[in-house]
Write a protein that binds this ligand. Structure first.
Ligand SMILES: [Zn+2]
Length: 254
């Protein structure tokens, strides 16, 4: 057996009866793990309605419809080098990404705005960079099975490790005229049906393992990006290619 990996993470499998991890004093089953369909989001999941105006959502969707698309690939952590992340086709991810062209800067500006006006104030921390925006297009049958944005499982050691320098994940939802396509946080029994204009953000680690449920009818558009806190230990030597640097002094390992 090889050496225990760096960046291994503590187990997170709260039982229904255990005190909730959010320190509310309630049991997990009556708090962040509740099965009540009308419950609030679990600790850590932030939903900001109308972050993107209806007009801008409609504008982006209309322009996205005219652009070419690519079958989306996922990062192959095992074969990634320090800053160049190898990519591979993954059958668990049935979606396309829109080739953004001139839309790229506009999407990145709104992601930067989300970070500066919502995420940094929420965490009271600086964000060093965010990854280039990706616009996902899910047609009927499209889905993305349960996954964690920053972590992967090492079967040899039966541990989760942080494998990507992502701390806060964010999504912008551009429409809601489809059926299916909820976002589900598996460890919390929590499902949310996105609304047009929503910003959602949450920690990228595996406690917040999530899936995009299958779209039944219509087309679902979502912008996704991942951001890294300033001055935290880094798994890789530098930000991923094409990242937008927000805090140069916070990029290095903290
Ligand atoms: Zn709780």
């Amino acid at each position: 057996m090889s050496e225990l990996p760096k960046f291994r993470l503590p187990a997170f499998n709260p039982s229904r009866l255990s005190p909730c991890f959010c320190n509310s004093g309630k049991r997990f089953k009556s708090c962040c793990g509740s099965k009540d369909p009308n419950r609030p989001p679990p600790f850590g999941v932030q939903v900001v309605h109308n972050f993107i105006s209806d007009e801008l959502c409609d504008n982006w969707v209309a322009r996205a419809e005219t652009k070419p698309r690519e079958t989306l690939k996922t990062i192959d952590v095992e074969n990634s080098t320090k800053t160049h992340l190898a990519q591979k086709i993954n059958p668990a991810r049935v979606t396309e990404s829109v080739v953004l062209g001139e839309l790229e800067d506009e999407l990145n500006r709104e992601i930067t705005r989300a970070i500066q006006t919502k995420i940094e104030p929420h965490y009271k921390r600086k964000i060093a960079w965010h990854e280039n925006a990706i616009l996902l297009r899910y047609s009927p049958g499209g889905l993305y099975k349960a996954h964690a944005d920053s972590d992967s499982y090492i079967p040899e050691h039966k541990v989760m490790v942080k494998s990507l320098d992502r701390d806060v994940s964010l999504l912008l939802y551009l429409n809601d005229d489809y059926t299916g396509g909820g976002i589900r946080f598996n460890k919390f029994n929590y499902r949310y049906q996105p609304k047009k204009g929503d910003l959602i953000f949450f920690p990228s680690d595996y406690r917040y393992t999530h899936e995009a449920e299958k779209v039944i009818s219509g087309i679902r558009y979502a912008v996704v990006s991942w951001s890294a806190l300033s001055k935290v230990p880094r798994v890789h030597a530098g930000p991923p290619e094409d990242s937008i640097i927000l805090d140069e002094a916070g990029v290095g390992s903290g």
